[in-house]
Write a protein that binds this ligand. Sequence first.
Ligand code: OGA
Ligand code: MN
Length: 293
Amino acid sequence: MDVISLGPGFAAEIRGLGLADVAARDDAYGAVRAAFETHSVLLFRAQPITDELQIAYSARFGPLEIAKAASRGEGTPFSILTNIEPDGSLVPPGHKEALRARANQLWHTDSCFKDPPSLASVLSARTISPIGGETEFASMRCAWERLPVAMRTRLGSAYAWHNYAHSRSKIAPHLASERERASLPPVRWRMRWQNPANGRDSLYLASHTYAIDGVPDSEAQALIAELIDHTTGPGQTYLHHWEPGDVIMWDNRCILHRGRPWPGDKPRHMVRTTITATDADGLAEMRWVRPAA
Ligand code: OGA
Ligand code: MN
């Protein structure tokens, strides 16, 4: 296996091993798992992708999430990001899927608004727009390491609240339906996620994050915005231009990502599987503990 660095301090392409090797062989899984823990974003090119292969690969890393209520793929392990209707036509501007694509263009980590949250996402390109439609990544682990010590100390013991409806409402007030809101109540996580494989700390927040315990709302929202800017500033991101057969896996504990716009008259279809975090991934330490009296 060869590992070729792609981004500023994170992200790598894996050569010499593919999804099928990981699905079939413990040694291949071990090597790719180690690269995942180190590099946070892994690119595999020219994969013979099918739904079955994507599941077989993803399930190696942990339990798979079932797609949330009212999404394409609801009740299956596939989150479908698409502007293509079942009859092959493209959704019109203002359609729910078009608005969702815009919400996906806000910096986020997947499923921080769920309990349990996600370890990783695996995204395969099925139909690629000839222009735009890139996916951009930034490392909250590298961002943590660039923070002043006093801020790391403050955030290391802080808890933040996450809500799916919060990020959707930035695009349109009722984008998250009543059914989605009811199925996804707000959740609270520590703002620092420590990776148990290497001890490295990461910031943990996203466009879904709306409050910090003990901090007035306006101050918390300013701090969240400032931390996202700090993470995603010039020179800190990896922008991926998709090619047919590309599959990218990222670590939701420490990676922010966002989709980039593309013309509404071009089809784009992506399929994501999402792996749930477990205590072995450092989740237990993310849970709220009552402060000592
Ligand atoms: C996702 C996501 C962005 C994109 O799959 O979770 O945010 O570029 N995708 O499609
Ligand atoms: Mn996403």
